[in-house]
Design a protein. Structure first.
Length: 319
């Protein structure tokens, strides 16, 4: 091995430990921002049936999200076993929610998939497919919800319920445009500003829409079952979809403060603020913190298996 390659390996090793330190810092900062006493008190007020339902919805949502990478397996043409793919995707999703999409969703995928023998180009396609799946499904669900006119906005808001159908129609048109582009360009490599990519086939794009819209709907259902009586599911789902965009724009790990601010603004006139914050804390405990603890353990298992396994001799991409 040449001296330059050895130096490059040392740089990569140092960069990885710096990366882990950054993750640890973000996790500690997140943990310190949570009112643990209030979380415990809130969970203590829920019935066993509610908690079991919340856990079941969470598990269903994470399993559904892991199928994003299973669908990307076909798009990126690799042959990693499906259980391994689902494990990587689940770990990446939990870290993405808690420490950010760049560090979690992309960073952990790149590390774990590279240990499994995939090349950077293949991993890049998997990441792009998963991100695209998430947001194209978002556009479909949010567009349909807004067009339906069932989302109620707070009084005195500039964006009234009457304006939302127009926004929803624009979202649905974007989805139709995506499907049309998949049909017209399937099999062709597109070149945009030095980047090369191709769109999935229409059947695969429909799988994307089905997976992501169902997953967003399940996330809304989880929040809904934790809310006090009298709250309407479509209002909760509308607030969640709004908060998702706000958190993505703010680039704050776990959307700390953003989720709460959006829900207070949109639902504060319907639900007393203490009850609303309690439901959001319970949601974070169930959908963010619990899966994160499991993901840390799962990441350790995947790393230890990668160290014990012989180095991959060839890329696992299918031709």
């Amino acid at each position: 091995m040449s001296a330059s390659r050895r130096r490059w390996r040392r740089v990569r090793r140092v960069a990885f430990f710096v990366f882990l330190a950054l993750v640890a810092f973000l996790l500690v900062r997140y943990a310190r921002s949570v009112d643990w006493a209030e979380v415990r008190a809130t969970l203590g007020e829920y019935t066993a049936a509610t908690l079991i339902l919340a856990v079941a919805i969470t598990v269903g949502s994470y399993l559904l999200y892991s199928c994003y990478d299973v669908a990307a397996r076909r798009y990126a043409h690799h042959d990693l076993p499906v259980p391994h793919v689902m494990a990587i995707s689940t770990v990446a999703y939990a870290f993405s929610l808690n420490v950010g999409a760049l560090v979690g969703g992309a960073g952990f995928r790149y590390r774990l998939y590279s240990h499994a023998g995939l090349g950077l180009g293949t991993i890049g396609r998997i990441v792009a497919f998963a991100v695209g799946t998430n947001w194209v499904g978002y556009l479909l669900l949010a567009g349909a919800l807004f067009v339906s006119g069932r989302v109620r906005t707070p009084p005195h808001w500039a964006l009234t319920g009457g304006n939302l159908p127009w926004l929803g129609a624009a979202m649905l048109l974007a989805v139709v445009g995506y499907l049309a582009a998949c049909h017209l360009t399937h099999g062709r490599v597109l070149h945009v500003r030095g980047h090369h990519f191709r769109l999935p086939s229409v059947p695969l794009a429909l799988v994307q829409l089905t997976l992501a819209t169902t997953n967003w709907a399940l996330m809304g259902a989880l929040l809904f079952v934790l809310m006090p009586d009298g709250v309407i599911y479509t209002d909760v789902l509308g607030a969640l979809l709004t908060a998702a965009v706000a958190a993505a724009v703010a680039h704050i790990p776990a959307g700390i403060g953003v989720l709460e601010a959006v829900f207070i603004a949109l639902l504060g006139y319907q639900v007393p603020q203490p009850e609303l914050l309690a439901a959001l804390l319970a949601y974070r405990a169930c959908y963010y913190l619990g899966p994160l603890l499991l993901a840390i353990a799962g990441y350790g298992v995947l790393e230890s298996r990668a160290r014990r396994a012989p180095p991959p001799s060839e890329n696992r991409q299918r031709t």
